[in-house]
Ligand binder design. Structure first.
Ligand code: GLU
Length: 173
């Protein structure tokens, strides 16, 4: 995102993107494909003066996320220059990735990491993407260090949450 000033100061918040439905588009051939991260335009519409950096780490459907992908993401969290991090992620295995991060205390030490995503692509007229990104950005500024999910209008600590697939809602586990 271009909201950062030219100096080298760390951003207030870092968004790491990994793909998932939030970044899916219908191609002209009618295929759903993952394109550029949409979190930048969502944040621009929100007109915040927070200094937010957006970094693309992966671009995968979360059902295709491998151990190697999760290692790459964990390394990006560990290397982050700010303690406040939002991760956009496919909803199908978001809880799994959150638990994976939780299991690496060194990588997340002193950091507030909030995962979010969307059930409907950001490019759709009816989508939960802006709501969820807004929830995650706010949660990341308010919560103590730890790993969390911001979905369905709630914030859950990692390890306490499941996706209710039938209803498309994240619930207490
Ligand atoms: N299978 C997709 C994923 O987890 C769809 C779920 C979603 O992102 O909402 O990336």
């Amino acid at each position: 995102m271009s909201a950062l000033p030219a100096d080298d100061a760390a951003p207030d918040l870092l968004v790491l993107t990994t793909g998932g439905t939030i970044d899916k588009f219908y191609s002209t051939a009618g295929e759903l494909e993952i394109r550029e991260p949409t979190v930048g335009p969502i944040l621009e519409q929100a007109a915040t003066n927070l200094r937010i950096a957006v970094r693309g780490v992966l671009a995968v459907d979360s059902l295709d996320m491998t151990a190697e992908h999760r290692r790459t993401l964990t390394e990006a969290v560990a290397a982050a220059e700010t303690a406040r991090i939002v991760i956009t992620h496919g909803t199908d295995t978001m809880t799994e990735t959150a638990e994976h991060l939780l299991a690496d205390p060194e990588a997340v030490a002193g950091k507030t990491v909030v995962l979010t995503g969307a059930m409907q692509p950001s490019c759709m007229r009816i989508t939960d993407a802006p709501f969820n990104v807004g929830s995650a950005v706010t949660a990341a500024q308010l919560l103590d260090p730890g790993v969390y999910l911001a979905m369905s209008g709630r914030v859950f600590p990692a390890g306490t949450v499941a996706k209710d697939r039938a209803r498309g809602v994240f619930v207490d586990r």
